[in-house]
Write a protein that binds this ligand. Structure first.
Ligand SMILES: Nc1ncnc2c1ncn2[C@@H]1O[C@H](COP(=O)(O)OP(=O)(O)OP(=O)(O)O)[C@@H](O)[C@H]1O
Length: 265
């Protein structure tokens, strides 16, 4: 169980999160939505203890920031929004960094890393320097590193926390689904995954629960059918939209409208 109590963050003298309280159960894939500047990355940064905040963040009933760093490294992984690196490691070595907190032989480490390379279709990139990867290739490698860090290859892994800030922002359609399917599977194993997304339809397809942030507060919280409603979304996104059910899955799909009022106008 993961809990934020009255989380308040001020940045540059302005309130960015105001009294945010939420409780998250293990086993759910939670999507954080909201307009630019709503406070989504700030919420993840506070959970990572990267910025000062007021309030409490509890995990397994204890303050998250009191957990010892080595244990924390095996229990929580983070994919940041802007995390390009300038070192000359290759993709395999980057993913293997997720294994540093574990005591294991080089063969054991290689087996885990190979499995993730295969799962995320990174074979062609395994020996390429990460500085030479495209934005999407690098994002997939970093996601694989998060899975490695949390022992996601082991179906018995439970009660871990994965924080993903826009993990699909640079990905093509196929890899969006590949990454979100892997993240959802990991959550449904009995872990907690919080992912910031901007694509409302991907949120609908994958989220068990959506938190919609607006100006530093949670405006709506629930399953996709409760949050992805025109009366909830339109005031926030200031964009015309129709919402219909997906013909295959009976979940909301958002059809947004051009600001000009007609396509190609
Ligand atoms: N280091 C900082 N100093 C001052 N203000 C900041 C800082 N970082 C973020 N902010 C402000 O805090 C607010 C929330 O930013 P945050 O990055 O959390 O938004 P977000 O919801 O993740 O947005 P986006 O969808 O654009 O990534 C914004 O108004 C932003 O300008």
């Amino acid at each position: 169980m993961f809990e934020c109590r009255n989380l308040t963050v001020t940045r540059g003298g302005k309130p960015v999160l105001t009294e945010v309280s939420l409780t998250l159960k293990a086993g759910q894939f939670i999507v954080l939505l909201g307009e630019n500047g709503a406070g989504k990355s700030t919420l993840l940064s506070a959970i990572c203890d990267d910025i000062p905040y007021h309030g409490e963040i509890l995990w397994r009933d204890a303050p998250l920031n009191t957990m010892d760093p080595l244990t924390l490294a095996t229990q929580r992984a983070v994919l940041l929004q802007h995390n390009r690196v300038n070192f000359a490691f290759n993709t395999t070595e980057l993913i293997a960094m997720g294994r540093y907190p574990y005591q294991e032989s080089p063969n054991e480490q290689a087996a885990v890393v190979d499995q993730l390379i295969n799962q995320l279709a990174l074979e062609q990139l395994a020996s390429r320097e990460v500085t030479q990867l495209s934005g999407g290739e690098f994002q997939r490698a970093q996601f694989a590193r998060c899975l490695a860090q949390l022992n996601a290859h082991d179906p018995g892994t439970r009660n871990k926390l994965m924080l993903l800030d826009e993990p699909t922002s640079a990905l093509d359609l196929h890899h969006q689904h590949r990454v979100l399917s892997a993240a959802q599977r990991f959550a449904h194993q009995g872990n907690t995954v919080i992912a910031v997304l901007h694509d409302l339809n991907l949120a609908s397809l994958y989220a068990d629960r959506i938190l919609l942030l607006d100006k530093g507060q949670i405006r709506s919280d629930g399953p996709p059918q409760d949050v992805l409603r025109r009366d909830v979304l339109q005031p926030i996104y200031q964009t015309g939209m129709q919402i219909n059910l997906h013909p295959g899955y009976n979940i909301p799909m958002i059809f947004s409208e051009p600001l000009t009022g007609a396509p190609n106008a």
